[in-house]
Design a protein around this ligand. Structure first.
Ligand code: GRF
Length: 213
């Protein structure tokens, strides 16, 4: 059984998608939020999961918060730490501690649009495709080896909100899928490239634009 700790900051819909996927061989050891008011904590508790908050505003430095967070994570001895809408930048020491077992979802087709406001940036750029990326976390923000991506078309009448909603739908598809691959020990990382052993998809695990998206 692989133990998973999920970190959230808000609504936690990606966490919810992973929990609902009931991935065989995976157990969700805890859901931890850096915001006590995160609504995702309620879903986690209602689902019978260990749910806790470590309020980052209670710490004077990033290092002190990171240390408290990793102490809380390590109590569960997870095989995998999943960042699911976790909106704090984590320090290098934290990232190195979990290297190879720390994954994130980012709402763009990386390496396009790292950082915030990705949907606005996609619309303003004139890009025809936008999407979401699951990647291993490395010290450089939004830069680690890419596990899975889903693309959606940018429509001429899209607003930030309409585009975000379509991307989010795809996030809920690819994040549980990526976690499943990790749990099944099927991810092979070589440098920046990730392949999925025995992937049913002919392209080795990338999820390409979905019909009608
Ligand atoms: C998602 O779009 C995620 O990619 C981004 O923040 C949003 C979080 O949504 N980093 P949720 O908390 O998982 O509902």
């Amino acid at each position: 059984m692989k133990k998973i700790v999920i970190l959230i900051s808000g609504r936690g819909s990606n966490m919810e998608a992973i929990v609902r996927a009931q991935i065989p061989g995976a157990s969700i050891a805890a859901v931890i939020s850096n915001k006590p008011a995160a609504s995702g904590l309620a879903f986690a508790r209602e689902s019978g999961l260990v749910a806790e908050a470590i309020d980052h505003t209670a710490f004077a430095t990033r290092e002190a918060f990171d240390a408290a967070l990793s102490a809380a994570i390590d109590r569960h001895a997870p095989d995998l730490v999943v960042l699911a809408g976790f909106m704090r930048v984590l320090g290098d020491d934290f990232v190195r501690r979990y290297e190879g077992r720390l994954i994130n979802i980012h709402p763009s087709l990386l390496p396009s649009f790292p950082g915030l406001h990705t949907h606005r940036k996609a619309i303003e750029s004139g890009a025809k495709l936008h999407g979401a990326t699951v990647h291993f976390v490395t010290p450089t923000l939004d830069c680690g080896p890419i596990v899975a991506q889903a693309a959606v078309a940018v429509r001429p009448d899209d607003t930030e909100a309409s585009l975000a909603a379509r991307v989010l739908e795809q996030e809920h598809v690819i994040y549980p899928q990526a976690v499943r691959w990790f749990v099944e020990d099927r991810l092979v990382v070589e440098g920046n490239r990730v392949t999925v052993r025995d992937a049913a998809l002919p392209d080795g695990g990338w999820i390409v634009p979905l019909a009608g998206a």
